[in-house]
Design a protein around this ligand. Sequence first.
Ligand SMILES: [Zn+2]
Length: 168
Amino acid sequence: MRLIRTACCIALTLPLFAHSAPAHVHGVAKMDLAVDGNKLTLSMEMPLDNLVGFEHLPKTDKQKAALAEAMASLKNAADLFVPTVAAGCKVDTVDVGDPFPGGKAKADGHADVDADYVFRCAQPAALKGLETKLFKRFGRLHRVDVQRATAAGQGAATLTPEQPGMNW
Ligand SMILES: [Zn+2]
């Protein structure tokens, strides 16, 4: 009897959960930060809402312009991230993903932007922290949850408009 009940409830609960669980949380972005030798890699995952205030395909000229501007801003890595100045890090590669691959919106109505940044640092031993200016550029972004892997070990950090930087 207990087994049957369990089977029943899992079957009822799972589709409900899959449907109601948000694909992401608006206002929150994720960042994976890794330091490997002289290479600093930042992998960001952001709800498009954080950047432009909508997640559907842009319809009006204003929305198209807002999206193009946001994508252009995301490509300016040097304006968005400030690694420890003494480390002499320079932008190497930037890869900003299309929130609408193939020109199509997702069925669940949400859209994400993935952006990967690689910096090369002249003095990697001096690299001890990172500050972001993402909050200044994107007012709808309230938090960046960071997972870090550096020579100092693994760690987590939460960046906010009041605390946009971290050290390790
Ligand atoms: Zn969304």
